[in-house]
Ligand binder design. Structure first.
Ligand SMILES: [Zn+2]
Ligand SMILES: [Zn+2]
Length: 256
């Protein structure tokens, strides 16, 4: 569904088309990792990355090849460097990202997403990831929210109808509508919502206290949206937010 949406998202902007072609390739490569993990015989993830890392490392080469085929020159060069890296270096990269996540480490984040997803689905527990526990962090893995999803009309729900989606394991959890997903600000006057006519079902949700933002995908306006893909496809909204001095809570996989 995600791959299909990335391939068919309606846009007339060539740069966005190219970005979505690349993203569809990434999703395909991540799906391969996810399927391999899920179908691995006599194995379930332990939740300790130190223990599970050889399994993820073994799946990295195919992912690196996929990026080498369709990435930007910088990513291609980085993929080639990683192809030459030692097992210890790859493990180190993954462990560092697990313990201290950064949205700037493209390869580590991309490789760990399918693992974290399978951890969440297989009922494992996340161990050894000592992240600050906040209401706005993922209840499963402690990751930051990538986006919000609105699925109930405002007037039919007092505080519900809004979920956050984790940038690491893609778990979705419910979160109050009038509450900053970064610092917890709840005074309505400091929380902004911005729309562009180009993206009727996507909004920018800002906080003037911490100056962070994330995008909300409004399924009541367009029920066929695929939040994680539509979030990537609406890059112009990120450029608008950045021009207005807001920092994204978590950059998406393609770096916006
Ligand atoms: Zn998570
Ligand atoms: Zn805030």
């Amino acid at each position: 569904m995600r791959i299909l949406r990335a391939e068919s998202f309606p846009t007339r902007i060539d740069a966005i088309k190219a970005l979505l072609v690349f993203y569809a390739n990434l999703l395909r490569a991540q799906k391969e990792i996810y399927i391999s993990l899920r179908s691995r015989r006599d194995w379930l993830p332990s939740g300790y990355l130190e223990e599970d890392v050889p399994v993820i490392r073994a799946l990295a080469p195919a992912f690196l090849c996929a990026v080498e085929r369709s990435g930007s020159p910088i990513l291609i060069e980085e993929a080639q460097n990683l192809m030459r890296a030692s097992e210890e270096e790859i493990d180190q990269m993954l462990l560092e990202q697990w313990r201290r996540p950064s949205d700037l480490r493209f390869f580590a984040k991309a490789l760990l997403q399918p693992y974290a997803r399978w951890l969440a689905e297989s009922g494992a527990q996340v161990m050894g990831r000592d992240l600050e526990s906040k209401e706005s962090s993922c209840p499963f893995c402690g990751g930051k929210p990538q986006l919000s999803v609105l699925h109930t009309r405002e007037d039919s729900s007092e505080s519900g109808g809004r979920d956050l989606m984790c940038s690491t394991c893609l778990t979705v959890w419910s979160y109050r509508r009038i509450l900053c997903a970064s610092c917890g600000e709840e005074r309505p006057a400091l929380l902004g919502i911005y729309h562009s006519p180009d993206y009727d079902h996507i909004r920018i949700e800002t906080c003037d206290t911490c100056r962070h933002y994330l995008k909300g995908i409004d399924l009541t306006r367009f029920g066929l949206a695929v939040p994680i893909v539509d979030e990537v496809a609406s890059v112009p909204l990120d450029l608008w937010a950045s021009d207005h001095g807001y920092t994204k809570i978590e950059l998406n996989l393609v770096g916006f």
